[in-house]
Design a protein. Structure first.
Length: 149
């Protein structure tokens, strides 16, 4: 009887934690996104606020395979749910020269280090991606600090 009771509790907890999606907010502050790095789980939502002169555009070669492109209109607060596990790099296109962008880690993809390395390789092939270098370096450092790498 006691065992069955415990089992029901576990089942209940398992179900509720699975159905719970979190929400994260990123604010545009000057020509930076804060926080610049967000770690989330598949199904979680990310909102970008305080976007009067900004937009979000994912970088084609720096998102998980099969991910739909995001490109928002200038000056609009937006929010998206991320389902595909992996590392997403995005930019504010008009402020890309000032390195305005950010990185999302969704879920727990295998070989995060390898993903970062492959994105760094893309930068060597395409100079317009150069601002992503600093973002990826900070991303790697933060994951190391959090014990995720
Ligand atoms: Cu901007």
């Amino acid at each position: 009887m006691a065992r069955r009771f415990l089992w029901s509790i576990c089942l209940l907890l398992g179900l509720t934690s699975q159905g719970y999606a979190e929400e994260f907010e990123i604010q545009a502050v000057g020509v930076k996104f804060a926080p610049m790095v967000v770690v989330l789980q598949p199904g979680d939502r990310v909102s970008w606020t305080n976007m009067p002169a900004h937009l979000i555009e994912t970088i084609d070669v720096m998102v998980p395979e099969g991910t739909e492109k995001i490109k928002t209109e200038m000056g609009v607060d937006v929010s998206f749910v991320f389902e595909n596990e992996g590392v997403y790099v995005y930019k504010c296109t008009p402020h890309w020269g000032a390195r305005m962008g950010g990185v999302l880690l969704v879920g727990n993809p295998s070989d995060i280090d390898g993903i970062i390395d492959s994105y760094m390789e893309e930068i060597k092939k395409d100079k317009s991606l150069l601002p992503a270098k600093g973002l990826l370096k900070k991303f790697r450092k933060q994951l190391q600090a959090q014990g995720l790498l």
